[in-house]
Design a protein around this ligand. Sequence first.
Ligand SMILES: N[C@@H](CCC(=O)N[C@@H](CS)C(=O)NCC(=O)O)C(=O)O
Length: 245
Amino acid sequence: MCSAPPHELVDWLWDFDAHPLSDAERADPTHQQIGRVGFSGLPLYKTTAFLDAHPFGTVPAAFSGDGSTGIFESNSILRAVGRLGAAQLPLYGEDVYSASRIDSFLDASLVFCRDTQPYLLALRAGLPTPATHATAAAACTTYLAGMERALAPAREFLVGTRLSLADICYACELTMLWSERTQRALLATHALTPALPLNLAETYPRAARHFARLREHPAFAPDLAPYLAKLEARATAGDPPAGTG
Ligand SMILES: N[C@@H](CCC(=O)N[C@@H](CS)C(=O)NCC(=O)O)C(=O)O
């Protein structure tokens, strides 16, 4: 497995054997592409084999062990991990129905992501627009209302009685949105407030509690806790002084 921060991917060769670009690879015209999402207008370097395996040319990108089969879309990569590790840890349901219900949550999460990604990318570029914000805010309302209902009256997990891919995906989606909390000053200059309500625990108490539980779960905490703590520290540092906001 190999990974790099998103901003470094412009200097990598996108391939089964992904690695930082050599000068010769950068100069090879067969590798040169123009990014569309998240790398809009930037040159990217993708091998023909990568594009054969990943027809939409996106990351995250997973492969079978021999590199012959590409798996794209993050939720499908999540499913592959769930299937590969089923004997050690069943995360993808106990039968056709529970697995399909997990799929239902993964699909709902993809729709949510589709509507929030343009906003998060615009925010990262320092250019949030009312239109991308409105779409993201509406997506948050739909997604969180569904999660709130799914967790009623006091369910511990989204599907069945154990942790599943549905919970993992939910934790990742909310974590992505958490980053906007560090951008409240920028949002305010555009007369906008975070699309994911700051008073989550009051508006969607079960959904908020579930996220709070998941971020502390031993399987999530090593990755999520430091990342969320960093975001929350930056968010607090950017808060207006008490009594002025
Ligand atoms: N829904 C997809 C989104 C993938 C996606 O949009 N990836 C962007 C980066 S955020 C990308 O690879 N862009 C490459 C390009 O524009 O050529 C997923 O979850 O995998």
